[in-house]
Every structure is written in structure tokens, then in C-alpha cells.
Design a protein around this ligand. Structure first.
Ligand SMILES: *Cc1c(COP(=O)(O)O)cnc(C)c1O
Length: 600
């Protein structure tokens, strides 16, 4: 770890969503899950969607694009009222935008009309918080004009409170909001289907049963991420407050005075620091500072430690109560508040590490299915097929709960059930795709490490031509020597991870495989390894056999594998290739080179 790391527990976020969204749904309220505090992290959006939110709310188009590119197909709401200069992008990239300026709404309409689209809008009403929204007197004239605009459809009204002015949602102002909606409907004889009653600060009113029943949407961010409503910052019952933990490393631990020595002027930020003399204390310095996070918003997880202060790159701690246990190199964890979370997630210095706390990857592994016609190739000098030998190999590995073997050209009975691992040999890309499509729960939540010298365009199109199958951020190609036009375009536009042979020469295969697996696994439920035999060419320009074997071993040892596809790689009748493949297969399933005496 070279810098601070934000650990993002996707299961905690999903759990919070399930909890709070469930509560809202029972009261007739749908929830737009707001990802902006995480800088639009796709894995977080997926966790929210699994937890039941019906749409994703974002304030920035860059974040919307990132999530769309990552295969998220849910409706997007643009929360920040749109700038005139971006109407074009808005009508093509979000489903609903919140609005308050008739000039912008006119431009949205004209742009949408020009593209044969109708753009949905929610009109924001300012109930006194003094951020965005129409002042109530302007509602009817504005709505009158909106109803005449052909390119926009008014879906409803909304409000935003407790953001600038700190105005709390109350029975009174929520009643005003519902009255405005009723007045619009009565005046124009048209129904509005959305009444969006605010953000996480509206949850307290809802919990007390005081929310008017007409309110049917909330846009929730902080409560889902940090487990608290925001009117009074009270914990939400049963919600988790540890979804985000920021960790940094101790880079100095020393006994020093608690007060600076010498004449003092101003600190690095132009403030006059004040110190309490507690005598000598054990001071620690962490590799994190104001460049990374809003330090005032951090709470140390270990209650015995306290924050003394911070500069741009250093955070100072009092370690006196942990005198005998803290050493340089130790990691210290913090819980961030909203401001600290926002700054850390947007800082490029902070590494973001999504993970699943509840269901560790590979917990339910593995039932393997051996698939494909190559299984029936007879290994020379034996009377056994590759499938039979593999089956014997695998059963002595002891780590399997069962092996389903399918014979010649056979297709597996079902390899779509979630939690079942896949092992493909000599089948074809079709089976892998079918597997990736798998169960709803797993969709888009597997990473891919693809060992190939030249990715075939067809598979690239199948994987990335339609949304949701694989997250580009979790797809890494290793061993690339050339790329066709389509593959090249997909690399560029979707920003897949790519390691060329040159990278492998520079970094070494071990390092490349570790990085590739790490990236492919981040925030997923596991990794599928795909191997094309073309990547191994005895070391002329590609990998040597030894390196290939090593790549398989590293993949196995990572504990991240959920599927292996050695399918597209076996020329029919090439028995030597079949034998190499059998060795790679054994390695990727845990057979070490030592002790490999040849089961033949
Ligand atoms: C940020 C934002 C939200 C979500 O607010 P939380 O307090 O994080 O729930 C909702 N609506 C709008 C318009 C926002 O800008």
C-alpha cells in the first residue's frame, strides 16, 4: 500500500439499501439511490440496485457516463439542475433531470425534439432552504409553459431541504409541497406521477409516520452509505455505519513533547496553532493528510487513539494509550463522515477498494462442470481421455464438492446456477457467455482475466456490445501482442485493463498476474480466467510454457477464481496441445508442480 485506502463494503451498502428501501416501499415510496458521494462508483450503484433502489441519482454527468460504460442500465436521474451548455448531453444520457429554470427547460425540449426524444423532468420547488427550486408563486406559470413544450414531459414536483439553509422537512412544508402538486393537477387537469420529497433528511419524518402519503419518492445518498438519517444524524435502526473505512499507515512513531519547541508563527495553512501541554507523548504520523481527506470528518476506529492535527500529507496521532502495541507500518482505520467520505472518494491519492464482507468470494465453491468435446481426446500412451484424467486429477485435489462431466459435444445441464463454478475445456465462447449471463444476482459482478495474444472481435462484441455482462473496469487482458479494429476501439472507449507482452517483460509475469487479478476482482464476486493457447508460443514472442503454468498457479492461489475457460484453445487432434492444456488445467485447479509426477 503506497497511500491511504478507502475500503468499501458493498454488502453493507446493499444491506442498508434493503433495510431503508424496504421501509420506504412499505410506505409507498420508491427510492432513487444517490451515488455522488462515492464519485459514481459503479460497484456501489450495483449494490444499491441489488438492495432495491429503482433508479440511480447523480449530480455529475461524468459519473453517469462511467456507470453506463460499466454496464449499469437502471434509469439515471440528474440531481444537479442542468447547465444550459449541457442540454445536449443530458437528453441523451439521463432519463430524468431535476429542473428549476424555464430557459434551460426550453432548451432541453428543443434539443430532445430535434432528436425525436422526449426528456422527463421533475420541477423543483424551493420550500425555504434557498438552494435550487422555483419560488412557489412561479410554479403555475412555469408549468403552463412546460405543458406546451413538445420535447419534455413533466413527471412531477420535487424539493430539496437541509442542504444549504438547514431547513428541516416538517409536516407543514411537506403539506405545502403536496398542495402545490394538487394545485397543478387541478389547474391543468393532468396528473403528475412523481412527488419527490427530499433526501436523507426526510427519513425522520417518514419514520415518525408524518410524511404525507402523496410523497412517493425520496432521493437517498448519505443514509444508504453511512446508515443514518440526516435531519438529526440519528442512526437508522439496523443499518450499518461501517460501509466505508479509510485506512492509512504509520510512517513515524516517536516520543516527543506535546507542545512545539521554539518560537512559533503560523502553520502551513496560515493559522495560529494552539497546543495543550500534556507533557511528552507517543506521537504517530500517518501517510494521509488534507490532500486526501477532510481530516475534521474522521473518527479513529480505535477509541484509544486521538487525532492531534494534520498538514497536506501528514496526519498526527496521539498513540500514548497504545504505547506498547503500535509500530511503524501498522494500519489505522477511520470512519468518515459525509464530508470526509466525499473528499476521500474524489481524491486521486486515495485508493478505493470495494469488497464483499458478507459472502467471501469462493465460499460456496466449487462444483465444477467439465464441458466440451476436447474432453474426449485420448492422451497418447494411455487409453484414457483427457476428461477422465482430469476428473481423476481433480477428485484427488479434494477441494471439490462434485464434478459434473459432460461428454462429446455435450452441453452442461445447467451452469447458470449462482454459486456454481465453471470449468470449460474445448467447448467454445458460447458456453462462457452463457455462464456470464448466469443468475441475476451474479450478472455484471464477475471479473475477467483473459490471457490472449489477440482478442477475437466476436467475443469482445458479445461481452461489451451489450450492457451488463462484464464490467469493463473488471476486465483485464494479459499477453496482448496485437488487437483488431473492434477490440482496439473497445479497449479505448471502455477502458479495459491491458497488459501487453512488453509490460510482462518489464514487470514480470508474477507482478502482472497479481495486478490483473486484483483489478479484475475489485468489487466483484470473483474472477473468470480465460486462456487462449495463442498466448503461449514457447517464448518466441509470447509466453513460455513455464510462464503459462505459473500464470495458472498464481490464478489458483489468489483464491479469486470462479470460472476457468480453456475452451477456444484446442486444435482438434493436436494431442501434444491437449496434454499441455491438461497440465495447465491441473495447475489452475490447484495442482502444484511439485508432487506433479504425472498421473498418466
Ligand atoms: C445529494 C442530493 C440528494 C441526496 O442527499 P443525501 O443527503 O445524501 O441523501 C438528493 N437530492 C439532491 C437534489 C441532491 O443534490
Amino acid at each position: 500500500m503506497s497511500g491511504p485506502v478507502m475500503h468499501v463494503d458493498l454488502d453493507a451498502i446493499e444491506e442498508n439499501a434493503r433495510n431503508i428501501v424496504g421501509f420506504c416501499m412499505e410506505r409507498g415510496i420508491s427510492v432513487t439511490g444517490v451515488t455522488k458521494v462515492t464519485c459514481g462508483m459503479p460497484a456501489v450503484a450495483r449494490a444499491l440496485l441489488r438492495g432495491g433502489v429503482t433508479s440511480i441519482g447523480e449530480s455529475r454527468l461524468e459519473n453517469v457516463h462511467r456507470m453506463r460504460a460499466d454496464g449499469i442500465t437502471a434509469p439515471f436521474w440528474l440531481l444537479r439542475i442542468p447547465p444550459l451548455s449541457e442540454v445536449e448531453e443530458i437528453v441523451t444520457s439521463v432519463n430524468i433531470s431535476l429542473n428549476s429554470e424555464i430557459g434551460v427547460i426550453r432548451a432541453l425540449s428543443a434539443t430532445a425534439e430535434g432528436r425525436d426524444l422526449v426528456h422527463d423532468i421533475v420541477l423543483m420547488v424551493d420550500l425555504g432552504d434557498l438552494r435550487e427550486g422555483l419560488w412557489p408563486d412561479d410554479i403555475l406559470p412555469t408549468v403552463r409553459e412546460i405543458f406546451e413544450l413538445p420535447g419534455v414531459r413533466l413527471r412531477g414536483l420535487g424539493t430539496n431541504l437541509t442542504c444549504y439553509g438547514g431547513v428541516l422537512p416538517t409536516v407543514k412544508n411537506m403539506r405545502e409541497l403536496t398542495d402545490h402538486k394538487k394545485r397543478v393537477e387541478d389547474t391543468f387537469g393532468r396528473g403528475l406521477d412523481i412527488l419527490s420529497g427530499g433526501n436523507s433528511s426526510s427519513l425522520d419524518l417518514l419514520r415518525r409516520g408524518k410524511m404525507p402519503p402523496e410523497v412517493n419518492n425520496l432521493r437517498l445518498g448519505e443514509s444508504l452509505m453511512l446508515g443514518r438519517e440526516t435531519a438529526f444524524q440519528t442512526l437508522w435502526p439496523g443499518a450499518r455505519t461501517d460501509a466505508f473505512v479509510l485506512k492509512a499507515e504509520l510512517i513515524e512513531v516517536k516520543d516527543k513533547p506535546s507542545v512545539p519547541v521554539g518560537e512559533t508563527g503560523l502553520d502551513a495553512f496560515g493559522d495560529k496553532p494552539v497546543f495543550e501541554d500534556k507533557g511528552p507523548i507517543l506521537r504517530g504520523i500517518l501517510n494521509i493528510g488534507r490532500e486526501d481527506v477532510k481530516v475534521e470528518g474522521l473518527t479513529v476506529l480505535d477509541e484509544e487513539l486521538s487525532i492531534l492535527g494534520a498538514s497536506s500529507d501528514h496526519l498526527l496521532l496521539d498513540l500514548s494509550l497504545r504505547r506498547n502495541t503500535m509500530v511503524v507500518g501498522d494500519e489505522i482505520g477511520f470512519l468518515p463522515d459525509y464530508g470526509a467520505l466525499l473528499t476521500a472518494m474524489t481524491s486521486s491519492y486515495v485508493c478505493k477498494e470495494p469488497h464483499h464482507s458478507g459472502k467471501p468470494v469462493g465460499k460456496d465453491r466449487p462444483v465444477l462442470e467439465l464441458v466440451g468435446s476436447a474432453m474426449d481426446s485420448i492422451i497418447p500412451g494411455t487409453d484414457r481421455s483427457i476428461g477422465e484424467i482430469l476428473e481423476a486429477d481433480l477428485s484427488i485435489l479434494g477441494s471439490l464438492s462434485g464434478v459434473v462431466r459432460v461428454g462429446t459435444g455435450g452441453r452442461p445441464a445447467s451452469h447458470s446456477s449462482v454459486g456454481r463454478d465453471l470449468f470449460l475445456l474445448g467447448g467454445g465462447a458460447g458456453e462462457l457467455l452463457e455462464y456470464l449471463e448466469g443468475g441475476e444476482e451474479d450478472r455484471g459482478s464477475l471479473g475477467l482475466v483473459w490471457l490472449t495474444s489477440r482478442p477475437d472481435d466476436r467475443f469482445m462484441m458479445d461481452c461489451f456490445g451489450r450492457p451488463g455482462l462484464l464490467a469493463p473496469g473488471n476486465t483485464v487482458v494479459v499477453g496482448l501482442r496485437e488487437a483488431g479494429k473492434i477490440a482496439h476501439e473497445i479497449f479505448e472507449s471502455r477502458r479495459l485493463g491491458v497488459y501487453t507482452m512488453e509490460d510482462i517483460d518489464l514487470l514480470g509475469l508474477r507482478q502482472v498476474m497479481r495486478q490483473a487479478l486484483h483489478r479484475a476482482a475489485a468489487g466483484t464476486r470473483g474472477v473468470v480466467l480465460r486462456y487462449d493457447a495463442s498466448v503461449t508460443d514457447g517464448g518466441n514472442e509470447g509466453l513460455t510454457r513455464r510462464e503459462t503454468y505459473l500464470a495458472m498457479e498464481i490464478a489458483f492461489r489468489s483464491g479469486l477464481l470462479r470460472g476457468v475457460d480453456l475452451s477456444g484453445s484446442l486444435p482438434p487432434g493436436d494431442v501434444a496441445a491437449a496434454e499441455s492444456l491438461r497440465r495447465y488445467a491441473a495447475a489452475v485447479l490447484g495442482r502444484k508442480i511439485l508432487g506433479y509426477t504425472g498421473a498418466l
